[in-house]
Structure formats: structure tokens, C-alpha cells
Write a protein that binds this ligand. Structure first.
Ligand code: DLL
Length: 430
């Protein structure tokens, strides 16, 4: 199913022409921003130097730190009067990044969400419960207006009060839910504890953080949904940048709205299709805050094969952020790999925490995971056996020795929004 079939299935030559036209317009808008004026003139680049899409490589990158330095409105290319909404990213350190939207931006953004949701077959017959934060986070209002544009019946339940969320799903006959995969896991646990099953649910849209294929199967069987991955970031409007189609083999990124490059994060050089690197995006339809070659920090690749659904090139699911990637004794570890291993071990639960320390100049990784009572006899020997198994399975996948601590069910933190499962204490003073 298509929301805008013509644009979603443009032939390569037509798409490239549209991209180039929009890139030039974006460059023109960006020249209203002092940061870009300085960067472009410093590099001796004039808008007329961009004649083909390949010429994008002449343009400077934009980094998250640049946006932070421009706090609050330094990257707005239109007068504040024309900015009708502001969101911020959930910055954990320092000032957050501010993003602004014109009325047209909000319309374009809702249109992208509508495309995504239509692609997976939801329609105005569906009832949609949006279980993410409705504040400065882009996930809440972003999906809200996209779902309303389709004509779905929208329940803006936001986060919190899981028992009430569960009640509403059944009372209102909800067919489609949206939340982070971490919250979906928690929701399914609470439903299981209270003996509730979901009769009307069909579709789960999960995103805003990396999650594994194993978590997908777990959520699908526990909630009775087909689970789709949704990717986005505030700097590129928010959610809606890329989304899985029913094939669920990679995410369609909307090439008419986002010009995509994959680069080697160390050299900045473009990589070929099929090569994994950092996703760099130049949004093509943003007005209030145009960005040039924005370094997302997210690790993925452009997939080589086309898709049965007829839409254009996909990106692979995001394995993590290049800056989230843990380097433990020289080995790269993504938290999603740990999740993948743990979810396959029935003796332990689905909740975990990872602590990284430096002890005697050596990186040490400790994984805390909840024991699954069903598989635990209460014998200490039994506990040791389970612990050994987890250590071995983690070692087989990560090629890394870890310390595993088994903890009581329910004792680890649960997350309503994005999870924070990794605590890296190596930088702390000791
Ligand atoms: O997380 C927007 C969003 C809301 C996406 C709801 C999907 C659903 P930010 O808070 O700015 O925006 O965080 C963006 O989250 O750079 C990725 O590192 C990560 N991320 C988002 N979606 C996914 C995903 C929203 N599906 C940052 N898989 C991005 C992996 C994701 N990581």
C-alpha cells in the first residue's frame, strides 16, 4: 500500500533530478545560517559549484557538536516568526540540541509518517495507541500528526501507568501501538504478570533505539503483533526517516526527502553499497533548519538489492551508534549484540545492565541479568551452571570474557522511553 505512490516509486533518473533540485534549494536556504556561510566561504564553495549529486562531497560535514554550539537558534534559516514548533533532543550532557519547524515542515514530516504507516498496511480503520513521550521528544507529536493525517483513531496515551495502558488497549480495541522496544518489553511483562492477553492488537511500531531480531520475535509472540522497525532523529524532523515495509528486511529511507551517504567515520570518505559505516544525511525538504551532510553517528549500510515492494534503496537496521559502540580490550561491542545473546537463553530474563570498568589498566565488562525463576531450582550449583552458560554464550558471540551477575527478577530498572543499559565507568576518576 502506498501513501504517495508516484514519489515512493520514482525511477532513478527522475529521483536524481528531484534530489539535485532540492539540494540546490537547501544550499540556498542554508546560506541564511551564519555557520554555513562561514564554512562554505572558508572552503571557497559557491552554490553554483554544486552541479551534480556527486558534488555534495565538496560540502562540509555538520556534526552534533556544531548544533550544540549554535544553541539555541543558531541553525534556524528563517525568522523565528516562521518557526511554529520547537523540539529538543534528549541531551544527556550539556545543552540539548534545538530543532525548529515551519508550518510546511510539520506538514512534510506528518506526510512522511503517513507514508511509513500506510506502507505497513494501517489505515483509517485502525485504532492507534501512541505510548511515547509527548513533550520535547519528537516521537510523540511526530507520530500523532502522521497517524491523524491517515485518519486513524489516535489515543495520545504517552508514557507511564502501564496497567492503564494495557486496559486502554483492550477497552478501546487498539490495533496498532507505537513505543520504544524497551517499553514494549515492559508492557508485555506487566500484561503477563496480570494475566492479560491482547485480542485486537495487530501491529507494533518500535523504534528510537537499537533492538535485535531476537527481541523482535519475543515481542511478536508476547504481544501478538507484527513488529516493524522505525528510525529517525530529531535533527531530521524526528521519526519517519526510514521504516520497514512488510518484507522487514531493511528500512526504506525516503530518498526524495533525505540525501544519503555512508562514510568511513575515520576518513570521511564515502563507502560503497554493502559497506557498513556512518550514516550521513542531507535533508532535502527542511525549511526552518536545513542541514548539510549531517553526521548521524548511526552505523548502517545501503543495501545492494532492491525490494519486492517496489520502493527504492533500503538501509540495513541500525546496529548502534558509532559513539555508542563499546570498545572493550580492542573489541567492538554493540549493546544490541548482548541483548541478542541474552534473549536466546531461557534461564535468564529479558532485562539486563552492562557496566564497563577499567581495573588494573584492563577493560572489564560486567553484565547483570535477571534470573528466570521458572528455570531456577534454588540450588547454588544450579545458579553457577546458569552463570557459566551465559558467560560462554556471550563469549561465543562477542569473543570477549565477561563477568556475569545473576540478579533477582524485577530488580533491574525498566524504561518507559529509550533504555540506558550501558554504564561506562572507565572515564571516572579513581
Ligand atoms: O529517537 C526519533 C524517533 C522517535 C525515532 C520515535 C523512532 C521512533 P532522537 O531522540 O533525536 O530521535 O534520537 C535519535 O536514536 O540517531 C539513533 O541513534 C537512535 N535511533 C532512533 N531510531 C532507531 C532505530 C528519535 N530504529 C537517535 N534503531 C538516532 C536504532 C535508533 N537506533
Amino acid at each position: 500500500m502506498f501513501w504517495d505512490k508516484k514519489i515512493e516509486t520514482l525511477k532513478p533518473a527522475e529521483l536524481q533530478a528531484l534530489q539535485l533540485k532540492r539540494l540546490k534549494k537547501t544550499l540556498h536556504l542554508a546560506s541564511n545560517v551564519e555557520f554555513y556561510r562561514d564554512r562554505l566561504s572558508g572552503a571557497g564553495i559557491k552554490p553554483s559549484d554544486i552541479r551534480t549529486l556527486e558534488d555534495i562531497q565538496k560540502l562540509p560535514f555538520t556534526k552534533k557538536q556544531d548544533l550544540r554550539d549554535g544553541y539555541p537558534f543558531g541553525f534556524f534559516a528563517v525568522p523565528l516568526k516562521e518557526v511554529v514548533r520547537i523540539h529538543t533532543t534528549s541531551g544527556t550532557t550539556g545543552k540539548p540540541t534545538v530543532v525548529g519547524y515551519t508550518r510546511k515542515d510539520l506538514d512534510s514530516w506528518a506526510g512522511l509518517i503517513a507514508r511509513n504507516m500506510t506502507m505497513i498496511g494501517v489505515t483509517d480503520n485502525d485504532v492507534f495507541q501512541n505510548m511515547v513521550n509527548y513533550g520535547m521528544f519528537t516521537g510523540g507529536l511526530g507520530f500523532h500528526y502522521g497517524a491523524e493525517m491517515i485518519g486513524m483513531t489516535v489515543i495520545p496515551s504517552a508514557t507511564g501507568n502501564t496497567k492503564r495502558q494495557i486496559e486502554m488497549i483492550n477497552d478501546f480495541g487498539v490495533t496498532t501501538i507505537h513505543c520504544t522496544p524497551s517499553y514494549a518489553m515492559h508492557l508485555s511483562e506487566v500484561a503477563e504478570e496480570t494475566g492479560v492477553t491482547f485480542k485486537t492488537l495487530k501491529t507494533g511500531i518500535f523504534g528510537a533505539e537499537p533492538w535485535s531480531e531476537t527481541l523482535r520475535s519475543t515481542l511478536e509472540s508476547r504481544l501478538g503483533v507484527t513488529a516493524y522497525d522505525s528510525y529517525g532523529l530529531s535533527e531530521l524532523f524526528g521519526p519517519g526517516v526510514a521504516f520497514e515495509c512488510p518484507e522487514r528486511d531493511g528500512l526504506h529511507i525516503w530518498h526524495d526527502s533525505y540525501l544519503v551517504e555512508i562514510i568511513d567515520p575515520k576518513t570521511g570518505e564515502q563507502l560503497a553499497d554493502g559497506e557498513r559505516g556512518e550514516l550521513v544525511v542531507t535533508p532535502l525538504v527542511k525549511e526552518a533548519m536545513p542541514l548539510l551532510r549531517y553526521r548521524t553517528g548511526d552505523v548502517t549500510m545501503l543495501m545492494e538489492d532492491g525490494c519486492l515492494c517496489g520502493r527504492s534503496k533500503k538501509i540495513a537496521r541500525i546496529t548502534g551508534r558509532s559513539d555508542d559502540m563499546l570498545v572493550i580490550r580492542g573489541i567492538n561491542v554493540f549493546p544490541s549484540q548482548i541483548e541478542h545473546v541474552l534473549l536466546k537463553i531461557p534461564e535468564v530474563g529479558n532485562q539486563f545492565m552492562v557496566y564497563v570498568d577499567r581495573i588494573n589498566h584492563l577493560d572489564e565488562m560486567t553484565v547483570e541479568v535477571e534470573i528466570n525463576r521458572e528455570f531456577f531450582s534454588g540450588e547454588l550449583a544450579d545458579l553457577a551452571k546458569i552463570q557459566k552458560k551465559v558467560v560462554k554464550e556471550l563469549h561465543d558471540v562477542l569473543e570477549l570474557r565477561t563477568t556475569v551477575k545473576l540478579v533477582e527478577p524485577g530488580s533491574l530498572p525498566r524504561f518507559e522511553g529509550k533504555s540506558k543499559r550501558v554504564i561506562d565507568r572507565r572515564g571516572e576518576i579513581f
